[in-house]
Structure formats: structure tokens, C-alpha cells
Write a protein that binds this ligand. Structure first.
Ligand SMILES: [Zn+2]
Length: 406
């Protein structure tokens, strides 16, 4: 495991149970739930509906599409007491297509259908490494779309890509979208979203002029296919993938709808993944330093950490001020239920500050040496801006409220 993934373990965000399997602690779950909310908001905005498929998919469905054999040893399978095969699903094209096929009254008026879930997925890695970046169980958002024509499926595809762009823009981690290989999922075309990073496992070729690019697996020349400028090679961590599937699954599994002329037609599909737990690990990888975690502001476990003085210290009387600040900041809209107070009595302010920086809370307020003066002063560490200033309480609130507006 590399340094930052170790740090996520050390600071109590995740804990590795056995190779490739992780417990998310309450801090880790807070980050995960914040990310889930961003994804939910943006997908619902473009008309997607959330559902939940079983984690186990009947092996027969995977045998029907041929993926039982073609996926190989990465597929985790089990048998029940009747010796029936099941897949611990890494993805759900079979299950969702079978579900849509079970809707006998589906008509063109109900299309497009845009159905997604955010659940655990499984992959039997030979050698799990990079911590949460490549687990054997991971949290993934998978969306499947069903359209009546190829043209409509293209429009849906473009619409979902706009939602993906908004998700990554809100996270504010540098990302690139490149043309990807369709691999074992199959289909007509695909795109990948990457966080550029030296520890990434994918080689990307990105145009130095227009920023379009492709995965090196499928790049054919060393010049940009769009503008002819030279391309540069870089490493990326894949965090999302989109596929235009055509009828690969809907044909075999009979996902049909009644067309305008009354005939039964095959749905045109798309599928779209986002690695939710991987984004947590990958954004920390991109933003962090060797010794300190940094989060995209919107998905830090808590936005604000208030560090209270140690019991028995000269500033002990300011412990009340720390409680007051934590309570008041909790009243400011975006920080509601998003403030953590470190009021451990036997730990020094310096140690508590060091730990808060390592966890990477975006705003750390230290109630320290100057806090017991007639006009108390507190320190504000704005980690994402990399600034540190001393403020009166009124100035502190102004700063935080101003931050909210920006
Ligand atoms: Zn170009």
C-alpha cells in the first residue's frame, strides 16, 4: 500500500480487514455519503431513477451472455445449497436487462429509462494493492439506460456525460475525459474519466492543444486525431467509465418495448459507472501530501474542526469558547452537522492541530494561546487555500460566511 492509502488507515478513515477488503469507519462513511449525495443530485437532475438490484446475480444470466466464461478468474462466484451458480456481481448489465425484459407493458412512451444503483461490487483481484483504489469489494454507482433508437441512445449518452462533468467539476479535482476501450463490457463506444496521477495504472495520450485524448491501449498515432497537434503521455486513475452498448445485452435477454407502429423492438442500451470508494481514495491521492490527507472540500468527513485547549493549561478557561464556536458554526447553513470538536482534555493543542491537519479537515479553528485574552483571538487554518490567520470571533464568522458564498 502506498503512503496516502496507509495514511487513510492510520487516521481512521478506512481499515483494511484482509487484502482488498475494507471497513469504512464513521469518518469514512461520512465522506462516502457526501459523495453519494452529489452523484444522486446530478443524476436525478438528468432524470435518472435509483433502484437496487440483488448483489447476487443468477449464474444462468451470465452464461446466457457468455460473460461467465469471458470474464475469467476475476469473477467471484458461489453455489447455493442446490448447487445453483451465482455471481457476486462486478457489474449488472445482465441483471438490469433481465429486469427490464420482465416489464411486458413497456412502450416507447416510457423511454428512455435511466436506472441506477450505488452498491457493493466484487472483483477477485490476483493481488489487491493500492488500498481502497483497487479493492476486491468496492462501492460503485452503475447506471443503465434504455432508448428506442440509436439516435436517442446517443442523446442520452451525451446527457449523462454532462452530469458526469458536473460531478467532477463540483469535486474540483483535475480530471480528463478520454476515449476508452470497450473491453469485456462490449458495445459501440466508450469514454473514461481519469484523475491524472503518477500512481495511475492507465496510460493516457492527451492532446497538448485541445486536451482531447484516449487510453493508450487504443491510441493509434502520436498526433491528435481532432487537431493534429502532438499528444503527450500521462498516467491516470480511472474513476468513471461510460459505454454505448447498442443491443448487445437487450437482444440476447429480450429487453423489448412496443414501438409507435405496435411492433416489438429491442431497446438500445448504455451503461455508466462511477467508482465511488475509488474516488475517495483517488482524490486523496491527487490532493494529499505524503504526511497529510487533503479532500475535495465537499467530501471531507467534516468541513470544520474546532480544537479546544488542553485541560489544566493556561487557556483552560477558553474551553467554553471552543464549545460556543462549534455550536455557532453548526448554525451556518453549509456547516450544519458538519463540525467536529476536539475536546480531548489530556491532549495538547499542538498535537490536536497536527492530527486535524493529517485528517485534512478543510477548516481548522484553534482555540489556543490568545483565546483567553479580554478580546479572544483564534487561529484559522484554511487547508485548501493553504493559509493560516488570527481572527477575532466576529472576523472568524465573517470569513466562514464569505467562504460559503465563494
Ligand atoms: Zn487536439
Amino acid at each position: 500500500m502506498n503512503q496516502l492509502q496507509k495514511l487513510l488507515n492510520e487516521m481512521g478513515i478506512v481499515r483494511q480487514n484482509s487484502p482488498g477488503l475494507f471497513t469504512l469507519t464513521p469518518l469514512g462513511v461520512r465522506s462516502l455519503e457526501k459523495l453519494v449525495k452529489i452523484v444522486d443530485d446530478e443524476l436525478k437532475y438528468v432524470g435518472c431513477q435509483k433502484l437496487q438490484l440483488p448483489i447476487l446475480t443468477a449464474g444462468n444470466l451470465w452464461k446466457t451472455t457468455g460473460r461467465w466464461e469471458s470474464t475469467g478468474s476475476e469473477l467471484l462466484t458461489i453455489k447455493d445449497r442446490h448447487a445453483r451458480d451465482y455471481v457476486l456481481s462486478p457489474t449488472h448489465e445482465e441483471a438490469i436487462t433481465d429486469f427490464v425484459a420482465s416489464l411486458p407493458q413497456l412502450t416507447h412512451k416510457q423511454l428512455p429509462l435511466k436506472l441506477y444503483q450505488i452498491t457493493s461490487k466484487f472483483r477477485d483481484e490476483i493481488k489487491p494493492r493500492f488500498g481502497l483504489l483497487r479493492g476486491r469489494e468496492f462501492t460503485m454507482k452503475d447506471l443503465y439506460t434504455f432508448d428506442k433508437t440509436v439516435e436517442a441512445a446517443h442523446e442520452t449518452y451525451d446527457l449523462i456525460c454532462t452530469a458526469y462533468n458536473r460531478i467532477f467539476q463540483r469535486l474540483n479535482v483535475p480530471f480528463v475525459k478520454v476515449v476508452g476501450s470497450t473491453g469485456n463490457i462490449g458495445g459501440l463506444s466508450s469514454h473514461e474519466y481519469h484523475f491524472p496521477s503518477s500512481i495511475g495504472e492507465d496510460d493516457l495520450k492527451i492532446c497538448s492543444a485541445c486536451n482531447s485524448g484516449s487510453n493508450a491501449e487504443i491510441a493509434t498515432t502520436d498526433v491528435c486525431s481532432k487537431c493534429g497537434s502532438p499528444v503527450k503521455q500521462t498516467k491516470g486513475i480511472e474513476v468513471a467509465h461510460t459505454f454505448l452498448l447498442g443491443t448487445k445485452y437487450s437482444q440476447i435477454l429480450n429487453a423489448l418495448f412496443s414501438a409507435e407502429d405496435g411492433s416489438r423492438s429491442v431497446c438500445q442500451m448504455g451503461c455508466y459507472g462511477i467508482g465511488i470508494s475509488r474516488i475517495l481514495a483517488a482524490s486523496v491521492e491527487v490532493l494529499g501530501t505524503d504526511s497529510e490527507i487533503r479532500w475535495p472540500k465537499l467530501i471531507a468527513p467534516y468541513s470544520v474542526c474546532v480544537v479546544a485547549p488542553k485541560g489544566g493549561s493556561k487557556e483552560e478557561s477558553a474551553i467554553q469558547l471552543a464549545h460556543f464556536l462549534a455550536n455557532q458554526i453548526d448554525q451556518i447553513q453549509p456547516f450544519m452537522q458538519d463540525v467536529i470538536l476536539d475536546d480531548r482534555m489530556t491532549t495538547t493543542v499542538g498535537k490536536k492541530l497536527m492530527e486535524a491537519k493529517r485528517v485534512g479537515y478543510p477548516y481548522i479553528i484553534v482555540v489556543g494561546k490568545k483565546s483567553s485574552q479580554p478580546v479572544p483571538l483564534v487561529e484559522l487554518h484554511d487547508l485548501n487555500q493553504n493559509t493560516q490567520n488570527v481572527y477575532t470571533v466576529a472576523e472568524l464568522f465573517d470569513y466562514l460566511k464569505q467562504t460559503v458564498k465563494n
